[in-house]
Design a protein around this ligand. Structure first.
Ligand SMILES: *[C@@H]1O[C@H](CO)[C@@H](O)[C@H](O)[C@H]1NC(C)=O
Ligand SMILES: *[C@@H]1O[C@H](CO)[C@@H](O)[C@H](O)[C@H]1NC(C)=O
Length: 458
């Protein structure tokens, strides 16, 4: 028994190390932009201390070139077949580079703020959007355990039109990313769509069988995908916003293959083991059309503070609450204004009600464990993601317009925002609104009630 265990352990070690060593290029050193945030104790946001953090851009955005040379291993939406005849050869032959954050990617960090620009014309290429992770130090992501805690940040979405999504969310990524070069180069991403657009999955290239996207000159889909639980605190532009847990079983990082991945990148969206849709709270979608937007109760033409509370303890997540603070006034998430739905926070019961009221063909949140599984995902520790993106699959209409586009507008759940169903086409937003941007700042984290002055009885 003992020796067979030992052999197993050695095999596992060898296979893990064999697939996880990516090569690191020497053209550009990797220096993470610094970003401070606050850890709070006590009450009302008055006892918070600065934490010196840093951010890293995801590996997918980086230059991949032939080892020791300048020829591309990946260009546009294709792999170089000479350098990448197989995943193993590709992993050996290609090097990943450090990032010029502002010059290439339009990313600027300053004290406690991070600004992501949409389109950046660099010396060698035009960059679209970005995705960054908050780090504890050079080689480790900061891990957040959300249950029993409150996460607060300021955001300026005033320069995000229809079709864009300035997102702040959490995923159950591994703290050190994948293998070498690990978190330092932004590896290890996973989410509840079981991302298959990743050039590397679990430390190995995803080049075999890669299909280039038909409408995205920078992206494609590989055979492997990376899945894990996802808590979308903030998917938003100046028109709409959604707060959305997505459950997965298992909750932690796991690799899927081809159509079994489900999600956005697979033929059958519901074939995988994650909830691709989520149990979302979008005020407009639950009938409160005058709450969020330019000139509305929460006015998106100005910066705002967004507070999210995760009630419960350990892995037992019972409720997700939302508040906004603007001009010194606190606004609770509004009560739904459609028949059959009550409650201004997300609970398992609220999701069950949403399922009944919206009557969609599929409601996968509960199939993968619902709130209970979300709580378990949180208890693994989650990584903070901040991103800006446009949507080559559904033009972001699920967030800010009517979706499905052919749906009856009188049916609850179809109307999600004021954008036209013809809006959000990536080619249009990239050419018409290249200077769009999102700014996140003033992040605070601590026990419930520690990051802001919560009005009594709310
Ligand atoms: C593909 O990689 C080979 C080396 O494996 C290199 O010689 C060639 O220039 C690359 N092709 C392109 C289009 O970059
Ligand atoms: C690429 O497209 C072909 C043809 O549609 C399909 O058979 C194959 O599964 C696709 N590969 C991936 C990785 O999706």
């Amino acid at each position: 028994m003992v020796s067979s265990f030992a052999i197993k352990a050695i095999t596992a070690f060898l296979s893990a190390s064999a697939v996880s060593a990516q090569q690191i290029g020497k053209e550009q050193s990797e220096t993470h932009p610094k970003m401070t945030w606050k850890r709070c104790t006590g009450k009302g946001g008055n006892s918070c201390t600065n934490v010196n953090g840093e951010v890293v851009i995801d590996a997918n955005w980086r230059w991949l070139h032939v080892k020791g040379g300048y020829a591309n291993c990946y260009e546009g939406n294709k792999w170089n077949a000479t350098a990448c005849p197989s995943n193993a050869a590709c992993t050996k032959n290609c090097e990943i580079e450090g990032a010029d954050y502002s010059g290439t990617y339009g990313i600027t960090a300053g004290s406690n703020a991070l600004t992501l620009k949409f389109v950046t014309k660099g010396q060698h290429s035009t960059n679209i959007g970005s995705r960054l992770y908050l780090m504890k130090d050079t080689n480790n992501y900061e891990m957040f355990k959300l249950v029993g805690n409150e996460f607060t940040f300021d955001v300026d979405v005033s320069q995000l039109p229809c079709g864009l999504n300035g997102a702040l969310y959490f995923v159950s990524m591994p703290q050190k990313g994948n293998g070498i070069p690990g978190a330092k180069y932004g590896t290890g991403y996973c989410d509840a769509q079981c991302a298959r657009d990743l050039k590397y999955v679990d430390g190995e290239a995803n080049s075999e069988g890669w299909n280039e996207s038909s409408n995205d000159q920078n992206a494609g889909v590989g055979k492997k995908g990376a899945c894990c639980a996802e808590m979308d605190i903030w998917e938003a532009n100046s028109i709409s916003t959604a707060l959305t847990p997505h459950s997965c079983a298992p909750e932690g990082y796991s690799v899927c293959l081809e159509t079994n991945c489900g999600g956005t990148y697979s033929e059958d969206r519901y074939a995988g083991y994650c909830d691709a849709n989520g149990c979302d709270f979008n005020p407009y979608r639950v009938g409160v059309k005058d709450y969020y937007g330019k000139g509305k109760t929460v006015d998106t033409s100005k910066p705002m503070t967004v507070v999210t509370q995760f009630l419960g303890s350990g892995s037992d997540l019972t409720e997700i609450k939302r508040f906004y603070v603007q001009n010194g006034k606190v606004f609770a998430q509004p009560e739904p204004q459609i028949e059959g739905m009550t409650g201004n926070s997300i609970t398992q019961e609220w999701c069950n009600t949403q399922k009944n009221v919206f009557q969609e063909k599929d409601y996968p949140f509960n199939d993968h464990g619902g709130m209970a599984s979300m709580g378990r995902g949180m208890n693994l520790g989650m990584v903070l993601v901040m991103s800006l993106w446009d949507d080559h699959y559904a033009n972001m209409l699920w967030l800010d317009s009517s979706y499905p586009t052919e749906g009856d507008l009188d049916k609850p759940g179809v109307a999600r925002g004021e954008c036209d169903i013809g809006s959000g086409v990536p080619a249009d937003v990239e050419s018409k609104s290249p200077n769009s941007q999102v700014k996140f700042s003033n992040i605070k984290f601590g026990p419930i009630g520690s990051t802001f002055a919560q009005p009594a009885g709310t």
